[in-house]
Ligand binder design. Structure first.
Ligand code: P6P
Length: 334
């Protein structure tokens, strides 16, 4: 695992031998994400200056077209990945369809596809609340050198080779896994370098924090209502604390450090919940399981779900194993 003070770049090199596929390309891919994260972090951190710098659709003081930050983040991550010529396809929350890269180039021997939510929770930017980027990496399943197809993107989460998030919070962190545990790196903005700050991150087996938008309570299934009341009852180790930032990456990150459960259930107003399977739930589920946590749709493992479409939504229960199992108990007894 190396010492705590190593940089993300050194860590990637030090650990690429443990990655079961051709590691050089994955290292280049992760370095591409690292660079884009720094660029987006710079833009997110000055978002509060829009009155000076101009809002989306205006021309800012540098005479540049000011973009919505999620559009800008989407462009920066896509550009950074394409430039490195190691991905053959990209899907993004900001793009209706997937992007096939060098699809007519017989030399395109690239093996990896990336699915990304470039700026999750972007509505929080206007109120200076943390936001995040989420990414999910697979190997293509169609023949190398041919254009990627939807089949390459509609893989179950258990096929992921890597996943991670960037949280643009009080500090900016990259947290990711390549299937060999979860490690967190904190950006030193003074020198633009990420340092290993949270080696081998693990969800506590249980916790006392539950994260859900209780404004939707009346619309939840009875099992969810019963679990929320269970969290609030004064008995045993309860009542738990309710913490909901409205930014998945931030709620997940806090719960992984302190112990807790995040829920975005289905409801009478959102029949499949709100979160997207491919570029929100699957990557967060991979990280959760690699950190000894759990992720389900209330009934079955998120990473076993066979996707049907690129932007499909699923209900999401994720965090400390014992808390997710208890929530599933209530769902089963519904
Ligand atoms: P609501 C942000 O839009 C997001 O996708 C997650 O980051 C967050 O947890 C959730 O939606 C918040 O949704 O409906 O509670 O405002």
């Amino acid at each position: 695992m190396g010492n705590k003070n190593i940089t993300l770049g050194e860590f990637i090199i030090e650990n690429q031998s443990s990655f079961k596929y051709s590691s050089g390309e994955l290292s280049k891919l992760l370095n591409g994400i690292r660079l884009a994260a720094k660029v987006v972090n710079h833009e997110v951190n000055k978002a509060g200056l829009v009155d000076i710098l101009g809002v989306a659709g205006e021309v800012n003081i540098q005479g540049e077209d000011q973009q919505k930050l999620d559009v800008l983040a989407n462009e920066k991550f896509i550009q950074s990945l394409i430039k490195r010529e190691i991905v053959c396809g990209i899907a993004s929350e900001e793009e209706d369809n997937f992007i096939a890269i060098n699809s007519n180039d017989k030399q395109n021997r690239n093996k990896y596809i990336v699915l990304i939510d470039p700026l999750d929770g972007s509505s929080n930017i206007d109120v200076n609340v943390s936001v995040g980027t989420i990414f999910s990496i697979y190997r293509r399943v169609t023949p190398e050198g041919t254009p990627v197809t939807m089949e390459d993107f509609l893989q179950p989460g258990k096929n992921q080779v890597a996943a991670g998030y960037i949280v643009y919070g009080t500090s900016t962190m990259i947290v990711y896994t390549t299937g060999d545990g979860v490690n967190g790196f904190t950006l030193n903005p003074a020198i633009g370098t990420f340092y290993l700050s949270h080696p081998n991150m693990q969800f506590p087996e249980t916790g006392k924090i539950y994260s859900v938008n209780e404004g939707n309570y009346v619309h939840f299934p009875q099992g969810v209502k019963d679990y929320i009341k269970y969290c609030q009852r004064e008995e045993e180790d309860r009542p738990y604390t309710s913490r909901y930032i409205g930014s998945l990456v931030s709620d997940f990150h806090r719960n992984m450090i302190k112990g807790g459960i995040y829920m975005y259930p289905k409801s009478s107003i959102a029949s499949e919940g709100k979160l997207r399977l491919l570029y929100e739930c699957n990557p967060m589920a991979f990280i959760a399981e690699q950190a000894n946590g759990k992720a389900s749709d209330g009934y079955k493992r998120i990473m076993d779900i066979d996707p049907k479409e690129l932007h499909q939504r699923v209900p999401f229960f994720c965090g400390s194993t014992k808390m997710v199992e208890k929530a599933e108990e209530f769902m089963a007894n519904e």
